[in-house]
Design a protein around this ligand. Structure first.
Ligand code: NAD
Length: 234
């Protein structure tokens, strides 16, 4: 049985991915700043390499070598560019980009030893076209897409695939917080009318893409950015 680590697994998209992988028969450990009460839920700030290493060590001891990693932990930000302080800029980059650096570094020894691995990075559909007032977030998520492509080239010969899934408009606490703060330019319902498939996305939609990308049969797919957005971005 394979062991997967899902960051951000206590809420929204990460939670949906953890539930799906568990029901597909994997051992799943979640790593989150605010962990759930699940047995294999570990607390760590993904931007802190020591906390990430400690969480991964505990997960490995409980569930065995980690050969599947899904990076879903993330924070958004919404501010006019000239008003973003440097610490605010740094925090968004540290969590969304450096967090991926730390977790990949922490799991790579297991994947290299196994000669097999699957990494999926959850980026954002905002990377397709940019997003006003989210320059730090879009910069970080665009870097995650670039990192994904480079890692795919480096790690392919070791049996490890690396792909990114940029979600668009998924009904999670993050999206509802944005709606409440009136950052969406309308309600979720308004946006549904502008979405080709006429519904909001669900964590299960992202989980389905991840379940495929980590499967054995997706072994020839690497370095790809697989948009899951109801046709909002093509
Ligand atoms: N919901 C959407 O429409 C949407 C769109 C594009 C991208 N995304 C991305 O999908 C991912 C999941 O988002 P979501 O909508 O489920 O949000 P969410 O806020 O519901 O869940 C994010 C989770 O990440 C955790 N987290 C935040 N900072 C962390 C840190 N420093 N260390 C560890 N864990 C941390 C939170 O505690 C939370 O459990 C994020 O990377 C987000 O940027 C979401």
């Amino acid at each position: 049985m394979k062991t997967a680590v899902v960051t951000g697994g206590a809420s929204g998209i990460g939670l949906g991915i953890a539930q799906r992988l568990r029901s597909d028969g994997l051992h799943v450990a979640t790593v989150d700043l605010n962990p759930s009460d699940d047995e294999f839920a570990y607390r760590a700030d993904v931007s802190d390499p020591e906390e990430v290493t400690a969480a991964l060590t505990a997960a490995r001891a409980a569930l065995g070598p980690v050969t599947v990693l899904v990076n879903a932990a993330g924070v958004d930000g919404f501010k006019r560019f000239q008003n973003i302080s440097f610490p605010e800029w740094q925090r968004v980059i540290e969590v969304n980009l450096h967090g991926v650096f730390h977790t990949v570094q922490a799991v790579l020894p297991d994947m290299l030893a196994a000669g097999w691995g699957r990494i999926v990075n959850i980026s954002s559909s905002s990377t397709h076209s940019g997003q006003p007032f989210m320059s730090h977030y879009v910069a970080a998520k665009s870097a995650v897409n670039g990192l994904t492509k480079s890692l795919a080239l480096e790690l392919g010969p070791s049996g490890i695939t690396v792909n990114a899934v940029p979600p668009g408009f998924i009904d999670t606490p993050m999206l509802r917080r944005s709606e409440e703060a009136r950052r969406l330019g309308g309600t979720v319902e308004d946006h549904i009318q502008r979405t080709p498939v006429r519904r909001v996305g669900r964590p299960e939609d992202i989980a389905a893409a991840c379940a495929f990308l980590i499967s054995e049969e997706a072994g020839y797919i690497t370095g790809q950015i697989l948009g899951v957005n109801g046709g909002r971005n093509t």
